[in-house]
Every structure is written in structure tokens, then in C-alpha cells.
Design a protein around this ligand. Structure first.
Ligand SMILES: Nc1ncnc2c1ncn2[C@@H]1O[C@H](COP(=O)(O)OP(=O)(O)OP(=O)(O)O)[C@@H](O)[C@H]1O
Ligand SMILES: [Mg+2]
Length: 252
């Protein structure tokens, strides 16, 4: 589904954030990216959906190297690769339904959306995704009146409006408490299993990784140092990935 080949990213200030990262993602996988703060996890996701331009290397997706695309063709890739963020990025004063509908913006004129003139089929689709993330009945509540976990579930529903093949999630539960984190992860897993959307997700807690990932890659200093099953990350690997001094903190 996705082939990342020798991906390099050097930021304008000279930071070499990705140093030749290569891996494959198969259709239907729930791939989790781990690594210390600053190891390049966010940079990797941002290069995959072209929020950042990689410096060199290739990202092959649906038959083309998307690192070479420009303009409208980048937007077309972004509509097939959804993204959710740590801080949800919802429109706070708008309703759940409007936030989810805004996920289909690229297909509706901006004026129509400001006037709330959404196509009926989009409204039906939005309500289906609101149901899938367990927010039935909350369509008309303002986003800023929801809990953090509920807001992240709105963000998932919004991302689904584009029918993405891949959903990228950059630390989707880092702002949430443990119980809420599990709830959001369970809905991501549901989207992965029931809708067949491939997920690539950055996570900090290994206990979450073990529970939800089908496969894991670890970055360290911009290099890929581990690729395998979550249960194969033993104590030695843990210390290799996070450093000798690191102690595992669990989230229950
Ligand atoms: N826009 C930017 N300009 C310059 N340097 C950047 C930029 N974004 C990230 N970096 C640097 O690139 C490196 C990788 O950062 P990145 O944000 O990808 O790490 P991360 O693994 O996501 O970390 P965290 O776990 O803290 O989110 C870091 O050294 C960071 O300081
Ligand atoms: Mg990050």
C-alpha cells in the first residue's frame, strides 16, 4: 500500500530529522511508530502526507511517488491520506456535525459550506461516521463542549469524510487521560478493522502499542532501528530504543 524508500528530511535550520528511512506498509495494517522525543516521528508522518517536503527519497502510494507531486496533485493525495493530531484541531464554536462535514470541504464550494448548504449525501455520510465513533445524538453540540476524547473521535469522523485509504495519527492520545486514551484507540482500531482503513500512528506508551499495533517501527535520531511485532520488543530492545536509563511507564 505504501513504500517509504530512503526518506531524508533536512529542515531549513540544518536539522537532519530523517536519515534514510525505508519501510513498507501493507493494506489493513495498524502500524505504530515509536521513539524518543525528537526522533523524527512527526516529521515522518508529515512527509508522508506532504505537510512537509521530504529532502530526498521516495514515498510510493497507489502507483506513484508522491514526493514528486505539486499543487492540486498534492491535495488529491491528502484527500486519500487522512490525518488526526494531538490537539484535535476542530473548529471550537461549530457543532459536531459541521466539524465532521468540514472534512469533505475539498469537494464542496467554500461559500456553500459557510452558508451551511451541505449536500444531503454528505450529511448522511457524516451522521454514519458520527455513529461509528460512538457520538450518536451529539451532532448538534458545539465541539468545545465535548471532552477531549470525544473531540478526538470527532476528528476521526472528520478524517473519514474523505474516504481515506490511510489514516495518519500523530500522538492522538497524548493530551488524554488513560481511560479516554483507550477509548480513542479502540475507535481507531474499529475504523481499521471494520472500514479497512490502514492506520499509521505515533504513540508514546508501549502498553498502548502492545495492545493496538499489528506492527511497530522505531526511530532513533532519524534512523529506523526496529521493525517487528509489538510483543517482540523485550527489555533489550526497549533500552536500545529509549536509552539505558529509560524505565517503562504503563498506562492501564
Ligand atoms: N519545522 C521544523 N524546523 C526545524 N526543525 C524541526 C522542525 N520540526 C521538527 N524539527 C526537528 O526535527 C527533529 C525531529 O522532530 P519531530 O518533531 O519529527 O520528532 P518527534 O519524534 O515527533 O518528537 P516528539 O515525540 O517530541 O513529538 C527534532 O530535532 C526537531 O527539533
Ligand atoms: Mg512528534
Amino acid at each position: 500500500m505504501l513504500e517509504v524508500r530512503n526518506l531524508q528530511k533536512v529542515y531549513d535550520n540544518g536539522t537532519h530529522a530523517l536519515k534514510g528511512v525505508s519501510f513498507d506498509v501493507k493494506q489493513g495494517e495498524f502500524l505504530v511508530v515509536i521513539g524518543l522525543s525528537g526522533s523524527g516521528k512527526s516529521t515522518l508522518l508529515r512527509c508522508i502526507n506532504r505537510l512537509h517536503d521530504p529532502t530526498s527519497g521516495a514515498v510510493n502510494f497507489e502507483g506513484e511517488d508522491i514526493t514528486k507531486l505539486r499543487g492540486a496533485r498534492i491535495r488529491s493525495v491528502r484527500s486519500r491520506i487522512g490525518m488526526i493530531f494531538q490537539h484535535f484541531n476542530l473548529i471550537p464554536r461549530r457543532t459536531v456535525l459541521t466539524n465532521v462535514l468540514s472534512g469533505s470541504l475539498s469537494k464542496t464550494s467554500v461559500l456553500k459550506s459557510i452558508l451551511g448548504m451541505w449536500p444531503e449525501e454528505d450529511k448522511i455520510k457524516a451522521k454514519q461516521y458520527i455513529d461509528i465513533v460512538g457520538l450518536t445524538g451529539k451532532e448538534n453540540i458545539r465541539a468545545d463542549n465535548l471532552s477531549g476524547g470525544q473531540q478526538q473521535r470527532v476528528a476521526i469522523a472528520r478524517a473519514l469524510m474523505q474516504n481515506p485509504k490511510i489514516l495518519l495519527a500523530d500522538e492522538p492520545v497524548a493530551s488524554l487521560d488513560p481511560a479516554t486514551s483507550h477509548s480513542v484507540m479502540q475507535y481507531l482500531k474499529k475504523v481499521n478493522e471494520e472500514l479497512g482503513v490502514t492506520v499509521i500512528c505515533n504513540l508514546h506508551f508501549l502498553s498502548l502499542v502492545r495492545q493496538y499495533a499489528s506492527r511497530v517501527i522505531a526511530l532513533k535520531g532519524g534512523e529506523l532501528i526496529y521493525e517487528g511485532k509489538p510483543l517482540d520488543i523485550d527489555e533489550n530492545w526497549f533500552k536500545t530504543i529509549y536509552g539505558e536509563e529509560a524505565v517503562e511507564v504503563t498506562i492501564n
